[in-house]
Design a protein around this ligand. Structure first.
Ligand SMILES: Cc1ncc(COP(=O)(O)O)c(C=O)c1O
Ligand SMILES: N[C@@H](CCOP(=O)(O)O)C(=O)O
Length: 461
């Protein structure tokens, strides 16, 4: 499998190259040159497979030429062996046609573990026996940071610098990052929003001498391997609900557009998906873009769903590229316009390419709160606020009798203050993170400027 950049002028890479590169040198994102397709009988044959076996089957075409099927399977066994539920991502029925896909049984209690546990092992596999070392720079609104740190803490040849917006992540999220005291882990609390952090990360990649000197790599969903691993649970869930014979819809709490783009990829690979609901909070740039073509960024409004308080969604570029006809040069010009003005209009081709599969809905705090209460009353489930945004959108989508799977992206205990405010229930921290509040924290406050962040990294090299 070969990987090309969405902006059309970076070198074509194999899977290992794309994984280690993170962002492409032309500022674009790597995508497979073409989508592998499964026939209906191949999808049906996934029924009854374990999660690790499903993962190996779904991802095998993407790693072709770099990893054998056996190597991939062994890595999946190791990655998913750390999950606390035997099904890894179990399904729970909460109403006749409504299901939750629980993606929070990994070490840091959010869906990010599904991809990052594997990515940590892939980095190790590609670096072992070489003299290469990586500097990972990442931006987090709370969950990617802890999952990435857990995946690479203590690993040789890797250093990680994780930027989070100071004061805008939950106390559990912050402590899951800042109490990891391994010498290769550096946490930077920056004075700004997640978008500022993400822009700084992209600026570091785009500074070619800096990127080359430090051998930068990415753990955010700009890294293709992240999305590849997230494609798996769409297959796993759909097959359990009668796929491929019975189409299933998914409602996805969305910020950076990584998780829902993984669903888009599953559909391109042949999985019958009735609809993908792109559920945002009031930071609704994606909902506006998909409903009216207006992709213009506004001030970020802080909400009880901080992990989705995002106005510039990095993976949207992958959708614009694929749905718009894969014209890298045209997209490079469109993105340059967006980067200059923070606004752009989608082309007709991009809108039409997305419209068959994707619908969008922006959910405010009141409706999110009602969804949390409804889940408690209807099925006794305590859900986290991000999940509740998607559940609210799932319940008001008009999809007849199609089963709708809401992606439950975080454990409610990660956002226990917001959960308690909405439901009166305070979820207990699972025992695997039980002493989080007794651990020592270590992080530095750093201004949200390119100079300050790069100086911080230079000083620790
Ligand atoms: C709990 C939670 N839900 C949803 C999202 C949004 O996912 P994505 O950025 O892939 O759209 C995030 C952040 O990524 C998150 O941490
Ligand atoms: N909500 C995310 C934001 C970063 O998203 P990513 O999927 O691109 O890593 C977070 O929790 O950090």
């Amino acid at each position: 499998m070969r990987y090309i950049s969405t902006r059309g002028s970076a070198p074509v890479l194999d899977f290992e190259g794309a994984t280690l590169a993170g962002l492409a040198v032309d500022g674009g994102l790597y995508v497979p040159e073409s989508w592998p397709r499964f026939e209906a009988d191949e999808i049906a044959a996934m029924a009854g497979l374990s999660y690790a076996d499903t993962a190996a089957a779904v991802m095998a075409p993407f790693v072709e030429g770099c990893l054998s099927r056996e190597e991939l399977r062994a890595l999946c066994e190791q990655a998913y062996g750390r999950f606390s539920h035997a099904a890894v991502t179990p399904l729970t029925q909460i109403d006749h046609d409504q299901w939750l896909l629980e993606l929070f049984h990994g070490p840091t209690l959010a869906f990010k573990d599904v991809a990052l546990q594997l990515l940590g092992l892939l980095f190790e596999r590609f670096l072992t026996g070489t003299d290469r070392a990586l500097t990972i720079v990442g931006a987090t609104s709370g969950d990617t940071g802890s999952a990435a740190i857990d995946a690479v803490a203590g690993r040789e040849n890797i250093r990680i610098f994780m930027l989070h917006p100071d004061g805008r992540v939950s106390d559990v999220q912050r402590r899951q990052m800042t109490t990891v005291l391994s010498p290769n882990v550096h946490n930077l609390a920056i004075s700004g929003s997640f978008d500022d952090a993400q822009a700084l990360v992209k600026a570091m990649f785009n500074d070619r001498p800096f990127a080359a000197q430090h051998r930068l790599s990415a753990v955010n969903s700009i890294n293709w391997a992240r999305l590849m691993a997230q494609v798996v649970y769409y297959f796993y869930a759909a097959v359990r609900l009668g796929g491929p014979g019975r189409p299933v819809a998914f409602s996805v709490p969305t910020g950076n557009f990584g998780d829902v783009f993984a669903g888009y990829v599953a559909a391109q690979m042949g999985l019958p998906i009735a609809k993908l609901i792109v559920a945002t909070n009031v930071n609704d740039i994606l909902a506006r873009a998909l409903t009216s073509g207006d992709y213009s960024s506004r001030e970020v409004i802080p909400t009880p769903t901080p992990s989705m308080d995002i106005q510039v969604s990095s993976n949207f570029e992958r959708l614009l590229f694929d749905a718009g006809g894969r014209d890298g040069k045209a997209l490079a010009a469109q993105m340059a316009g967006f980067e200059a003005s923070r606004a752009m209009r989608l082309t007709n081709a991009q809108r039409e390419g997305a419209a068959g599969l994707l619908v969008a809905d922006a959910v405010d705090v009141d409706d999110m709160t009602l969804a949390m209460r409804w889940a408690c009353e209807a099925s006794g489930e305590t859900i986290d606020p991000h999940t509740a945004v998607a559940l609210a959108a799932a319940r008001r989508a008009d999809l007849g009798r199609t089963p709708v799977v809401t992606l439950a992206t975080a454990h409610p205990a990660k956002f226990r203050d917001a959960v308690e405010r909405a439901t009166g229930r305070r979820p207990a921290l699972p025992s695997r993170v039980g002493d989080l509040f007794d651990r020592e924290e270590r992080y530095d406050r750093v201004p949200a400027t390119f100079e300050a962040v790069t100086a911080y990294i230079d000083a620790r090299s």
